[in-house]
Design a protein around this ligand. Structure first.
Ligand SMILES: CC(C)(COP(=O)(O)OP(=O)(O)OC[C@H]1O[C@@H](n2cnc3c(N)ncnc32)[C@H](O)[C@@H]1OP(=O)(O)O)[C@@H](O)C(=O)NCCC(=O)NCCS
Length: 140
């Protein structure tokens, strides 16, 4: 689905200030996420897909960590709250995962945040039966 007035782009270097505003608007980052941290986060990512409104402002984004050959982990799918339920999140995910697949990457996974089941169920992604996600707890 192509939401009217929205254009999509794949890139390695998203507009840093706009990414920060999008993450902030959506409550996706906190005060500990300094501009320097965001800069390093961008530099360490393999690829982003961004959605832009008619004025050219970033209103949706997702990024991939990947070797570009066999494995990719998708994360930080965020759509500006004013632009949700228009098919933008689904399209960002479809384009980013489609590009990775076209490179030959065949292990493309993500951890859906709590409450996002209805969204991911409406995509091509499927629950990884038998796999359990683990996380190393924060120190302290
Ligand atoms: C999850 C998120 C990215 C979805 O973006 P979006 O652009 O609104 O999603 P889409 O419009 O492409 O939704 C496609 C379908 O998913 C389902 N869906 C999406 N959001 C939903 C919700 N809140 N409740 C129920 N179903 C939902 C619907 O079936 C929807 O189709 P419909 O609108 O025709 O009914 C967005 O809500 C968001 O940014 N959330 C906060 C950040 C977050 O939790 N990100 C996930 C990280 S894993």
């Amino acid at each position: 689905m192509n939401p009217p007035g929205i254009s999509f782009r794949l890139f390695r270097d998203p507009p840093e200030g706009e990414l920060v505003s999008l993450y902030r608007t959506a409550g996706w980052i906190g005060p500990e996420d300094t501009p320097d941290r965001i800069r390093r986060l961008i530099a360490g990512s393999f690829l982003f897909c961004g959605a832009f409104n008619e004025a050219g402002r970033l209103v949706g984004s997702m990024r991939a960590l990947s070797d570009g050959v066999s494995d990719a982990y998708l994360l930080d799918l965020v759509v500006d709250p004013a632009y949700r339920r228009q098919g933008i999140g689904g399209e960002v995910l479809r384009r980013l995962s489609g590009h990775l697949r076209s490179l030959g990457v065949d292990w493309i996974v993500l951890a859906g945040a709590p409450g996002t089941e209805p969204f991911y169920q409406a995509t091509e992604f499927r629950v990884m039966e038998g796999y359990v996600p683990y996380r190393l707890p924060e120190e302290g």
